[in-house]
Design a binder for this molecule. Sequence first.
Ligand code: NOJ
Length: 981
Amino acid sequence: MKRIPLLAVLSLATGHAAVAPTPPPATPPPAVVTFASQATQPSGSQAPGDQYVMFGANPQPGDKEGGTAAMNLVKLKDFSVTAPLAGAGRVIPADLKSPDSVKVIAPGGGVVTTGILWSRGKKAANGYADVASFRITNPAASSFSVWVLDSTLKVKGNGNTGLALRVNGGEPLAPCATVKTDSANEFTQFTVTGASLTDDFTVTVRGESDEAFLALAGLTFAVLPTPATAGKKSPVVEQKGWLDLNKNGSKDVYEDPAQPLAKRVDNLLKQMTQQEKIGQLNQLVLGDRKSDAALFPLMRRGEVSSYIWTTIAPALRNQFQRVAVYESRLGIPLIYGMDMIHGTNTLFPIALGLSCAFEPELLERAQAVSAREARAEGVDWVFAPMCDLARDPRWGRVAETCGEDPYLSALCNAAQVRGFQGANPAAPDRVAACLKHYVGYSAVTGGRDYNDSEITEWTLRNAHLPSFHAAVKAGALTVMSSFNTIGGIPAVANHHALTEILRDEWKFNGFVVSDWESVKEMIKWGYAKDKADCARLALNAGNDMDMKAESYVPNLAAELQAGRVTAATLDEAVRRVLRVKFQVGLFDRPYVDEAGCNPALKVPADLALARECVAKSTVLLKNSGVLPLAKETQKVALIGPLGDEHREMLGCWGGRCSWSVPTLATALKAALPAETTLTVVKGCALNTVPTTKTLQDGRIVPDPGAPGTDADFKLEEAVQAAKDAEVVIMAVGEPNGWSGENASRAFLNLTGNQQILFDAVAATGKPIVTIVFSGRPLVLPTIWEKSAAVLYAWKPGSEAGNGLADLLVGTMAPSARLSMSVPRDVAQVPMFYNHYNTGRPRSGQYRDLKDMDAKFWFGYGLTYTTFAYGPVTITPATKGKPATATVTVTNTGKRDGEEVPQLYIRQLVCHEGARPMQELRGFKRVKLQPAEKTEVSFELTGEALGYVDRQGKPRADAGAYEIWIAPSAQQGTPVPFEFAP
Ligand code: NOJ
């Protein structure tokens, strides 16, 4: 479930001090949010003056309500409703008679989400153009808080530089994030805090142009009666050096920071009622409940343990936390979870890219930055790293993985855990990590997300589990169960995986959270009858926390009563959750520093790291010598939809960042010598719809879109720019949203008209350096063939432009290696280098696709110099010392450079089960000057050669092996080795 995270916070709390639990207030009547825009102007063909609202899920005239997931533009006047509709998270066009207003009703207070409202405003003397105003009324509450959550604000209009909010016609409040709109279409975010309760709000745009256009998309308001505890410290709870969470006037063991963890957990558990225990297994999503006015009563009763998707709102988090801590009986704090996958504000390359660095410490450093930024925003727990193994590039979520190799993936994911959690996850700059998706999610049939998986125990143990196991050993505090089934059993109810392997074998003592609603999805799978059945099956299997499905709280009491769930099972699950809450420090430090949150803050050292990551994760796949660009080059053309684009650099989980990041065009201009001219031509859009068409013979093929649907398609301009240049750089790929969750692809081609653009530019005969931006390996035969050089940049993040410019001009040299093989054709997938030899190694090919090799195998990557490998020599084991394999690596080129020698092994006979023809079991990085050579050695220990047997035990057999030390999985000559443990 991908949503644009919370972008704006408007704090209007007028709380007063109160410390003791208060009785739940009577449900107030609806709050009403009314928008009134001054003028509207969507874009293109719509008539000026029309008012538009975006509705979800293909709304038709006459529809009653629209969701907010997939937005579609609907003219208000064409849309009618017969009755006002209530319900959180829905657009409620209750007042459509007036073309000027949209009313959003929050029943009993609560959370509402609007669609998109397009608006236009004229600039006033103060430089601001007011574009939309809204009013909130809630006659029942004399004091209430309004939180503007989770919105996308899209500004159109040249020179607009920021958004702000005005209250009661006053001066614009300073946005939290400094917004710079450097292009006509800019997504942006802002946070406003410290306003006082008032009625009239105006969204305003600061700009140079006379007019501003704005779209407010999916604006979510939480309209909640202000709890008595808001914004105030409780003299009852807040004691010197400890918190009297149960408000009994004495320091209980669980409240005493000096007590050992296990004792604190036990002491608290003993004080809990059954319903409070069940509540600790319940994770909610703000904005999801039918009536969020019920949230506070739920917290007071201790029936909610965790929230996800409530950042970046430290003030809101604290307000909720105070209700849980001050007003519930035992004061158990809430834990806040959020998806920070490849960065929080500073965005790093996607994990698939980062893993290509073959430098696990780099991932550790990157995730430490993300952890610090996440904690500052009020997140205690991130849903990363993703330990799934990437074997099928059609599956969109390969972007989030560390590639196809269990060994590399294990090292990278353990490193990410260390980065997130550090030595002490309770530190104010660390968070709890969550290993996902456990297990088998990446093996989904056909590469289609959310599908079933069929995985044998042998493959599970030796391919899919090692990365999870390594990350558990690195101390990961939580694990997320996955959406898929394995052999018909949903992962969320898979006792073998969740209990026998994770707990019994690996001794994992953190907790397992389900994925988004997967507990109740067992009904749709046809595995469970109803939500009670779901709750029982999941909890008994070892899934401790229920994300969003709300299956546990209403059902577990009856299941316990009936004896279908035991008290011991419940206690154990609760103990695990509480343990993690203690471990991240929540019982001693439940709040975050509201003033310390500044998502706009760009830390130079973090940016430098992000830039280093870009250079180290971009793989050079081909180079005729055109790279690095010669200093004498006078004219460079940068062509393609991604050359001057920054949002598309950020990747599938990059949507929450508010920054403008330097585009490749901006960065390259700065990096090239002043005398060099850089001509930038977009050439075509990144994608157009539709994306496939059916030919007369019935075949379905990719379709760049009907002529005329791509307004950016300007072949002649691109061709002319290429002709005028000495070197062409082409920036092509796929959109952010085409990888990641629910983004499987059938064709692995360039989207839209990009291939046509490339072919036309290639026909000029000019040398082309192609940079591919994508969340997965793509199949690009003509790019491989006709480009003079290819850089595979994945989705590089905040410092995409600078990092790539460094490589192009040669201030950095590429050194990355593919962590996922690139197939020749989509017909070959799933494909991965560590496959079996089979009984007929050369047979079994497709009749119509003879070459079964990948285009580029795992481990492959070039740099600006060349290296030669000598023969591998084996030094036999001596007493107390394992055998070693050694190779001499020489820099045979003209520049210094970094090489990544890789150790591959193969066990020739294994009675436990056949082993793959090659397995990576070691790699090193060496830096060599021209003509310099070095010896690189690897120890051939049982650990380096072994596997996991069918009982889950690590094992290494005596006998015959083959050993390679090579620059990639496709190179090198194996030497025989006899292992004697
Ligand atoms: C569903 C995704 O599968 C998972 O990766 C993510 O952490 C959760 N949604 C929460 O957003």
